[in-house]
Ligand binder design. Structure first.
Ligand code: ADP
Ligand code: MG
Length: 632
């Protein structure tokens, strides 16, 4: 049986792992039998990391040795998170430069947010491995729809650090809709109302031909079940102060006991008409109080009302009336509260879907997506699930205008190519400025990356033929490459978001991580080396058929054949270093062939001219904006 691909909901408050079993997605419980793993990471006295429920007690006892809500810091810079620091006791490393990846103190050490998230992922991975009694290395992970490129990259990095190949990042609302099989409807508008522990998100999805497009999102990043808990805690603490003449507000342990008691009561009130709140006090006294659902609802109404404005705004942004929403999906533990369900129903004039557990539905949808990617026949009709890029992508052309290459609403993965040329005679370098947005001028679009294509042979303006290719992979991550086709000069960039970790940093983190499975990396490197070997072998086969081949000497041809044979011999082995070294040798051996394969017409045209003529006014060494090509 091929390896199972799991689906993961990496939540702010809770995380879950699920997989597809016999056509139905199921959540995999932890060792304690509980499906939800609290997103809390702690370091015990022996510097062992502890994740989940067991880590929660550190939050009170040794709060400098525990971290929660780390999702709020993923892919963000120090400048971005001032707001979070008002709400959360994150202890950031003080020596951070602007633009540098944040590091957070945990005990005596510091960690980046992806490393902390990786601990959570590793715990989930272990739970699944225990459950299957087999290794798990491939996953689909969900992210909020509003996560930007940097936040998505950080999530992917967390997966890699945890030893998981992240096959796809899926938007949380899309996953929720998928868990309900709404994609089978083919067309329609879906609202996903996600009220979790500390965040509220509303997303409006448009389904066309089984493809989900997020057409509007809104929400409040500081609104959730925690606010409800805090209201109840305040009441209990006030009453304890009044009735028992006991101020326990500063007693962390008592406050925590109160917190636990009110959360239990809150949860009970979702199914019972009333419940008792009971707390043992340090004085030996007991605080007791009856609370009815009605009282509870009156108390929390202002919190619930705060979710309404973002919903209305999202509808407005989507250009829709509430009546046009065809399906409403509830996500997040806090939507278990009956009053929340009433409010949502009233707002959208629809009975929301509640058949699945709202705190599991995102993970279940991730599992559905995972099984689709795995090509499992259990999956619903092998349907292809695609996301859409919400904004156009392009590059800056001469005069500061934007040349769009991939247009908005293209289904991803997507790739597109455009041709450009130089604007100045003898120009040897061009600057490629990658942009995102719908506006015509570069200055009005979001700048994603800049890189230079250097070393173009000097040619008259307009002669170089520069192919720029943009590729967005299925996770929405962009790669850009530029190639001057006459000279074969090439440059590329994988758009590294600001605050992203570099590949090297991620690799280092993988190496440093405690439970690092050496084999995982080794395997990946073997696969990557083999893929590269295949690419060069195919290119060589092409070269043999080209006229350039006959221009090689017999001994050159023999040498290439030997190098090719050497590569073929090691290619299917498991030593990636041997494969790499054979590739390098063959690469060197075929350099002249590659050169000969270049456009001979231009080469000879250039040869015919003296370099002075070509280099009129000295080609600029500083990269100059690329010009839109006239040919074709
Ligand atoms: P997140 O997506 O933010 O990680 P969850 O979807 O797991 O979080 O939601 C967690 C929140 O749901 C917590 O505030 C928890 O107290 C609340 N919650 C869970 N079950 C219930 C329930 N039955 N009634 C009310 N609130 C609940
Ligand atoms: Mg959630």
């Amino acid at each position: 049986m091929s390896e199972r691909i799991v689906g993961i909901d990496l939540g702010t408050t809770n995380s879950l792992i699920a997989f597809m079993e016999g056509g139905t997605p199921v959540v995999i419980p932890g060792e304690d039998g509980v499906n939800l793993v609290p997103s809390v990471v702690a370091l015990d006295a022996a510097n062992q990391t502890i994740v989940g429920n067991a880590a929660r007690k550190f939050l009170i006892e040794t709060s400098d040795r525990a971290i929660y809500s780390v999702k709020r810091l993923m892919g963000r810079g120090v400048e971005d998170v001032h707001d979070e620091l008002k709400f959360f006791p994150f202890r950031l490393a003080s020596d951070l430069d602007p633009g540098e990846v944040i590091r957070i103190h945990l005990g005596e050490k510091t960690f980046t947010p992806p490393e902390i998230s990786a601990y959570i992922l590793r715990q989930l991975k272990r739970n699944a491995e225990r459950y299957f009694a087999a290794p798990v290395t491939k996953a689909v992970i969900t992210v909020p729809a509003y996560f930007n490129d940097a936040q998505r990259q950080a999530t992917k990095d967390a997966g890699r650090i945890a030893g998981l190949e992240v096959l796809r990042l899926v938007n949380e609302p899309t996953a929720a809709a998928l868990a309900y099989g709404l994609d089978k409807k083919k067309n329609g508008i879906v609202a996903v109302y996600d009220f979790g522990g500390g965040t509220f998100d509303i997303s409006i999805l448009k389904l066309h031909d089984g493809i989900f497009e997020v057409i509007a999102t809104n929400g409040d990043t500081h609104l959730g079940g925690d606010d409800i808990d805090n209201l109840l805690i305040t009441i209990a603490l006030d009453e304890i102060a009044n009735e028992h003449r006991l101020d326990v507000r500063r007693n962390g342990e008592v406050v925590q006991a109160v917190r636990k008691a009110v959360i239990d009561a809150k949860i009970l009130l979702s199914s019972e008409p009333s419940t008792k709140l009971e707390i043992e006090l340090p004085s030996g006294q007991r605080y007791q109080r009856e609370i009815t659902r009605e009282q509870f609802e009156t108390l929390i109404e202002p919190v619930l009302q705060r979710t309404m404005a973002p919903c209305k705004q999202a509808l407005k942004d989507a250009g829709l009336e509430a009546d046009q929403i065809e399906e409403v999906v509830l996500v997040g533990g806090s939507t278990r509260i009956p009053r929340v369900r009433q409010l949502v129903e009233k707002l959208f004039h629809r009975v929301p879907h509640t058949e699945l557990n709202p705190d599991e539905v995102v993970a279940l949808g991730a599992a559905v997506q995972a099984s689709i990617l795995g090509g499992s026949s259990e999956a619903t009709n092998n349907m292809l699930l695609l996301d859409i890029t919400p904004l156009s992508l392009g590059i800056e052309a001469l005069g500061g205008v934007v040349a769009k290459i991939i247009h908005r609403n293209s289904t991803i993965p997507a790739s597109a190519t455009e041709h450009f040329t130089t604007g100045i005679d003898g120009q040897t370098n061009v600057a490629i400025h990658v942009l995102q947005g719908e506006r015509e001028l570069a200055k009005d679009c979001r700048s994603l990356a800049r890189f230079d294509l250097r070393g173009i042979p000097p040619m008259p303006a307009g002669l170089p033929r520069i192919e720029v290719r943009l590729l967005i992979d299925a996770n929405g991550i962009l790669q850009v490459s530029a190639r001057e086709q006459r000279s074969g000069k090439e440059a590329q960039i994988s758009v590294q978001p600001s605050y992203g970790l570099t590949d090297d940093q991620v690799e280092t983190m993988i190496l440093e991580s405690f439970d690092y499975a050496e084999q995982d990396l080794e395997q990946r490197q073997v696969i990557e080396a083999r893929n590269e070997a295949d690419t060069i072998l195919v290119a060589l086969a092409k070269g043999r058929k080209s006229p350039a081949w006959s221009a090689l000497t017999e001994s050159e041809k023999r040498e290439i054949a030997e190098q090719e044979q050497a590569l073929l011999e090691v290619k299917d082995g498991t030593d990636y270093k041997k494969i790499r070294s054979a590739i390098d040798t063959l690469n060197q051996g075929t350099t002249r062939l590659a050169e000969l394969m270049m456009d001979t017409a231009v080469t000879s045209a250039l040869k015919g001219q003296s370099m002075e003529t070509v280099n009129v006014g000295q080609g600029p060494t500083a990269p100059h904006p690329i010009g839109k090509a006239e040919f074709e």
